[in-house]
Structure formats: C-alpha cells, structure tokens
Design a protein around this ligand. Structure first.
Ligand code: HEC
Length: 254
C-alpha cells in the first residue's frame, strides 16, 4: 500500500509542479489542437510562410510534403506559400526543404540571437506555451525592439504579427512571491492600437498557427492514430476468433 501511494505521488508531482510554475506566465489560456481540422492547419501554414519563415526555418519539412498532408496542391503551394528564392535566384521549388534565407551572422547582429529552427518547437515548448507566447507581446520602452513578452521575458524576437493584433500595454501588480518578498506580475493587457483583426480573430489565427506547428513537429501523428485504430479493430476480431477456437478445442474434453 505504501508503495502504491509513493508511486501515485511521484506520478502526480511533475503535474503539480508544472501547474505551479505555469501560473507565473501571462497570458495563460488553454488550447486544444484539433487534428482533424485541416483548414485550420492550412491557414496556419499560410501564416507561417508569410510571417515566420523569413527568420525561422522548418528545415526538416518539404513544401510539397506539407501540401500533401494538409491538402494544399503543389500549384497553390508554389503560388501562395513560397516566398523565398534558391541560391541561383530562382523561386524555391515545391520539393525543397523549408529553409530560411537569413544567415546566422545577420540574425545575430540584428536580434542578438539567431532565431531557432521551428520544426520541433511544438514538442519542446508545447502548444499551450506557444499559444500564449504569440499572444503575449506588449509594449515595453526598456527593450531594444520596444516590446516584451509575458511568457518569454526579455525576448529577442520582434512582435511580427503586430499588423494583425495591434499593440497592447501590460497591467502589472505587485504579488507575494511566496518567499516573504514581492514581485511584479502581469495581470492583464490593454489594447492601445488596433491591428487588422479583432481579438477573437487574432486568437483564432494564433490557434491556426500553433496547430500547424503541432503538425510540423509530428507529421506522422495522424497516420499513427489511424493505424492504431486499425490495430485495435484487428485485435478485437482476433480475440473473438481465438475464443471460438478455444471453445472448439475444449468441446470434446468437457
Ligand atoms: C524578424 C525575425 C523573426 C521573425 C519574422 C519571427 N521570429 Fe520568432 N524568433 C526570432 C528570434 C531572434 C528569436 C529568439 C528569441 C530569443 O531567444 O530571445 C525567436 C524565437 C521564437 C520562438 C521561441 C523559440 C524557443 O523555443 O526559444 C518561437 C516559438 C518563435 N520565435 C516563433 C515564431 C513564429 C511562430 C513566427 C511567425 C509568426 C516568428 N517566430 C517570426 C525572430 C523572428
């Protein structure tokens, strides 16, 4: 019994620890990615190639493979989602990897740190973090780019979706830090200039983008899930067959 309690406690511990740590960030809203919503992922792919690929790469994926998985034709992909050129100056081919044209040296000079490849970011950071990070930019004069982030303090990335979201100011309050001291936390945002989208539209756009990043990190997930269902159905019928066979064998013995 004691052993069981210890096992259960140790399983719960990381979960409890995570939720305690998660409270410090703002915003902190939940999101669940719908893997059957291909249209959302398609919109996310368009946002990604338009707004992110100039700095970040997704160097493990090819445009046409993404197109195949998400139902975007090669032609649409090439006309609407490819904006880069190859080393000969020709438009990047649809069979190419999703690399960025920005060099690491340039990026380090411009942002102080190179933008990481985003292929696996949905795994390393999680979709919850990403959803809040992309909605967490706020005005801050003390930062070199004029913005800070409630989820990633002192971030080196500019607010690239400002045209869609507009700009926000952070409302801050002093809170007990649990160790006898106090620290400043963000408790809300206030919109100071409008973007082309309403808050609800922007939240949906970010959800689309995060859904796409989630797909990117695990392109085989969908296939694996359908194979898994097939295996379970097979096992179920196999169980019935085995049972019938068992009855058949034991029939004469009883
Ligand atoms: C102008 C260049 C630029 C663009 C465009 C850009 N980013 Fe970034 N991004 C950066 C830089 C620089 C960092 C590193 C920030 C740091 O470490 O302080 C970064 C960091 C990130 C991180 C954190 C990665 C990690 O795990 O530390 C994520 C996630 C991210 N960007 C997502 C995006 C998405 C999604 C888009 C498109 C909407 C985008 N970025 C567009 C420059 C850019």
């Amino acid at each position: 019994m004691r052993k069981t309690i210890i096992v259960i406690a140790s399983l719960l511990f990381p979960v409890l620890g995570w939720s305690a740590g998660g409270e410090a960030m703002f915003p902190n809203d939940d999101i669940s990615v719908d893997w059957d919503d291909k249209e959302s992922m398609q919109r996310g792919a368009a946002l990604f190639t338009n707004y992110c690929l100039s700095c970040h790469s997704a160097a493990y994926s090819r445009y046409n493979r993404v197109g195949k998985d998400l139902g975007i034709s090669d032609e649409d992909m090439s006309n609407n989602l490819i904006f880069t050129t190859d080393k000969y100056g020709d438009k990047t081919k649809v069979g190419s990897l999703m690399t960025t044209t920005m060099t690491i040296e340039y990026a380090e000079a411009a942002f102080g740190t190179a933008p990481p490849d985003l292929s696996l970011v949905a795994r390393s950071r999680g979709t919850h973090w990403l959803y809040n990070y992309l909605r967490g930019f706020y005005l801050d004069d003390t930062r070199p780019l004029g913005v800070n982030n409630g989820v990633f303090p002192a971030v080196g990335m500019p607010h690239v979706l400002v045209g869609l979201e507009g700009l926000k100011k952070a409302k801050k309050e002093m809170k007990d830090d649990g160790h006898g001291g106090q620290h400043e936390v963000i408790v809300g945002f206030e919109q100071v200039s409008k973007g082309s989208m309403s808050t609800a539209e922007y939240d949906q756009a970010v959800k689309d983008l995060v859904s796409f990043l989630d797909y990117l990190a695990e392109p085989y997930k969908q296939k694996r899930q359908s194979v898994g269902t097939g295996v379970l159905i097979f096992l179920f019928f196999f169980l019935i067959l085995t049972y019938m066979l068992k009855k058949e064998y034991w029939k004469d013995i009883h």
